[in-house]
Design a protein. Sequence first.
Length: 387
Amino acid sequence: MSENLKKLTGKFGYEAVAKHLINDCDTKLFKELIDNDSFLFDFVKDNVAQRIAKEINESNYRNLIEFIKYYSPFYEDVIVSAFVKYADEDLTDILLDKFENGTDEEKIYAAKYFAKIQDPLAHDFLRINAYSENEYLAQNCAYALSQWNDREAYNVAIAKLHCGDDFDELSAVKFLVAYGDKSAVPAIIDTMKNSAMPENIAGEIPYLENLFDLIEKSYEDALLIINYIINGLGEILPLSLVFDFELFEVFEKLINNYDDSKYAIVILNAQEKFEILTENDEYLFDEDKNTKNEIQDIKKLLKSVNKKNLEKYIDEELKEDSAFVFTALDYAKDILAIRELLKSNNQTIILKTAEVLKKLGSFDETARTIALLKVTDINIKAIIRAL
């Protein structure tokens, strides 16, 4: 870390360095700042952003154009806010050119700019980049289109939720979340229920509508979202989401206010997941102290719930039409209740049931015969025959 960066991020000498950064257009120092994003605490980056913002004025704001070669979400608002404040035709033309011909990093800043400065020439660029593989660019374009009140773009995304391609559907979910219209939530939940990537979709929904409101509006759907988030934590979804989604407070609300079979399945799943997260170093090794402490606090909260009181509800969710049947099977012990699911019309449920019975030492030839009666998928048949 250079001496200037130490000063810019430190407690002393930062004013002179911040002035130098902007007035002398020190792109090398700005790039070094961006390159050190992962090594700096968020509060340090927030301080640096404020220090930079303080030095931007009408005579030097154009120097920021050179900075947009390098992207960080921590400095995006500072730069774009300055562009918007001093916007004129020349600056807009420069950013239009960046949006058309620039790098992804330059396009990210341009998209955010055109959310505020709604030049008609930017509209096509926003639509073209709204499904970019660069998530920051896609997010900014979707947000900008919402500021333009582009309902056609919104409707295209809604239609895309049912296109049949899991990755395209997930892209549509991300677009709608960034677009910010909560009326899309029911359609997104429906897509989640039928997706092969439900954890990914569940991990997006609370950014559009928080879990507390979802619990009040649609209790069962909210629990299903929480259940998929639990499944994804540490594997598909980052552990930092415990803060984003206020999971401690969410579990606390559930524990203090609910007592039913769906709640029981979700809490059983959460108890096991947070036990795994805390007992295996690979999950917490790279996490900061705050995240580690929060995970431990959630584990302690969940352990305060009597497991036997939860387990008495398991059989209530051992039915084909339950959205929680797969999770319930992970904790089920009643062999007769489990075997009933071999008669299901859902071949995936039949396979899961056969695997659970095998694990419990109760998958005999009679169970195998029953399981195969309704299975037509050759791959599922092969697995069941091999059990």
